[in-house]
Design a binder for this molecule. Structure first.
Ligand SMILES: [Zn+2]
Length: 111
């Protein structure tokens, strides 16, 4: 049961091909992202994270890690893979954990 899920919002955008005489064409694209925080009583954000990274962080710190982790997914959806540091991890608990570890190491690890 994930603590949160981020999904792209589909839409369209106008694109001008670079060839001479080209006209605008409409193409499908991600136009935003929705972040859903799981408020189920059994979700980690509610029942506790049990320090699953083994770093001694509190549940409030894990909740903050979850929010930043999901913002990382939203950034990659909205700005493209060039902005990618938090890798796609749907149905991949190993990658999800690595993403949360990346957030902890960069934002919360004591000096
Ligand atoms: Zn993730």
């Amino acid at each position: 049961m994930p603590a949160a899920v981020t999904r792209g919002i589909t839409g369209t955008r106008l694109f001008l091909p670079s060839r001479v005489g080209a006209t605008l064409i409409r193409q499908s694209a991600w136009v935003g992202a929705n972040i859903t925080i799981n408020n189920n009583a059994q979700a980690p954000g509610q029942v506790g994270y049990r320090d699953y990274l083994g770093v001694g962080a509190s549940d409030p710190v894990y909740r903050a890690i979850t929010l930043i982790h999901e913002l990382g997914h939203a950034a990659s959806i909205i700005y493209g893979t060039d902005a990618l540091r938090v890798l796609w991890d749907e149905n991949n608990p190993t990658q999800s954990r690595a993403n949360s570890q990346l957030v902890y190491d960069n934002c919360f690890r004591p000096e």
